[in-house]
Design a protein around this ligand. Structure first.
Ligand SMILES: C[C@](O)(CO)[C@H](O)COP(=O)(O)OP(=O)(O)OC[C@H]1O[C@@H](n2ccc(N)nc2=O)[C@H](O)[C@@H]1O
Ligand SMILES: Nc1ncnc2c1ncn2[C@@H]1O[C@H](COP(=O)(O)OP(=O)(O)OP(=O)(O)O)[C@@H](O)[C@H]1O
Length: 289
């Protein structure tokens, strides 16, 4: 019996560290980054239709465009499997901050690939979905894979790296950091020594596991600097991706909440638990069983 509806959470990610160790001739950068998922995300509903049309509704009307990665993901699947005749009505409830380095758009694209592969009975392997995902954005494959991982190369070489599932206080400065511009800055450090995966031994926000974008973003974005400085009063803090979001990690929800409760009115944020397995994958398993 084919399934008609899927209701999935499309989670945020954090880059617990992000090292840049070189630049290739095509301009892309060599990275090493630990990706971990959060149990907070956007809500996506997929309803199969038989009219062959892909439609998107969203609580933020400005996101309903052909440029939305959800539409692009659905179209990429149609291009890959031209004989797929079904359509889909998609509803997106955007919860995650946009352009904040928590990967919301990439996560939505991956959730769409995973959901439509099932709803449209395409039977593509997840490795094939990862390849389609990569054409949509550097971070899409990690969300398709759905396991806490270290990314290497330009972000495409993924190795499982499960860690303790702790609690994160994420601050969300309302500024947009331009990823492509940052990558092209002459001031960006590009020579962090590569760590041998066997010797990574990640133990938290220590100086050896940093974010190479952080100094530059701190310098150019006073709102990000303010959020980092506030967190540093209580715990070590890091930028995720190219920002603007920053985070600290705590052993318990109560500890994270006790700091969150002191947040001044001009800062915003949320608390979430870290997950080694993306919530999308957990929900897919439940809804398909
Ligand atoms: C740095 C991260 O935020 C870590 O999560 C992501 O890898 C960036 O992901 P994203 O925003 O989806 O990035 P993409 O849309 O794939 O690339 C944006 C731009 O960043 C630069 N870019 C990206 C990835 C990489 N390894 N080297 C680069 O130089 C390229 O100029 C590219 O045109
Ligand atoms: N489904 C989507 N959800 C959010 N943004 C989208 C989506 N599709 C396309 N976009 C565009 O992508 C831009 C950045 O989105 P996103 O929220 O993924 O950034 P991010 O968290 O900085 O991601 P990353 O960590 O991968 O750089 C948005 O400003 C928006 O214009």
């Amino acid at each position: 019996m084919p399934i008609n509806t899927l209701k999935l959470t499309s989670p945020a990610k954090l880059n617990l560290f992000l090292h840049i160790s070189g630049q290739l001739e095509n301009g892309y950068h060599e990275l090493q980054s630990l990706f971990h998922f959060l149990d907070k995300g956007d809500e996506l509903t997929f309803e199969r239709t038989n009219d062959g049309i892909v439609t998107l509704e969203c609580n933020l009307s400005e996101l309903v465009t052909e440029q939305n990665l959800i539409i692009k993901a659905a179209n990429a699947l149609k291009a890959k499997v031209p004989q797929a005749q079904d359509g889909v009505k998609i509803n997106l409830q955007k919860v995650l901050p946009m352009g904040g380095g928590v990967g919301g758009g990439s996560s939505n694209a991956a959730t769409t690939l995973l959901a439509l592969n099932e709803l449209w009975s395409l039977n593509l392997a997840h490795s094939e979905l990862e390849v389609i995902g990569k054409s949509l954005g550097a971070d899409v494959p990690i969300f398709v894979r759905g396991r806490s991982s270290i990314a290497e190369g330009i972000g495409e070489k993924l190795t499982d790296y499960p860690i303790d599932e702790k609690w994160y206080l994420v601050l969300t400065p309302q500024v947009h950091v331009n990823t492509a511009l940052l990558f092209s800055s002459t001031e960006l450090p590009r020579n962090t020594k590569k760590i041998d995966l066997c010797n990574i031994n990640y133990t938290g926000l220590t100086p050896e596991h940093k974010n190479d974008f952080e100094t530059l973003v701190y310098k150019n974005h006073p709102d990000v600097a303010k959020a980092i400085d506030w967190l540093l009063e209580y715990a070590p803090a890091r930028l995720t991706g190219t920002g603007a979001c920053v985070f600290s990690v705590f052993e318990s929800k109560q500890e994270a909440e006790s700091i969150f409760n002191r947040l001044p009115a001009d800062l915003s944020g949320f608390i979430a638990q870290g997950c080694n397995i993306s919530v999308t994958h957990q929900q897919l398993r439940e809804q398909l069983s």
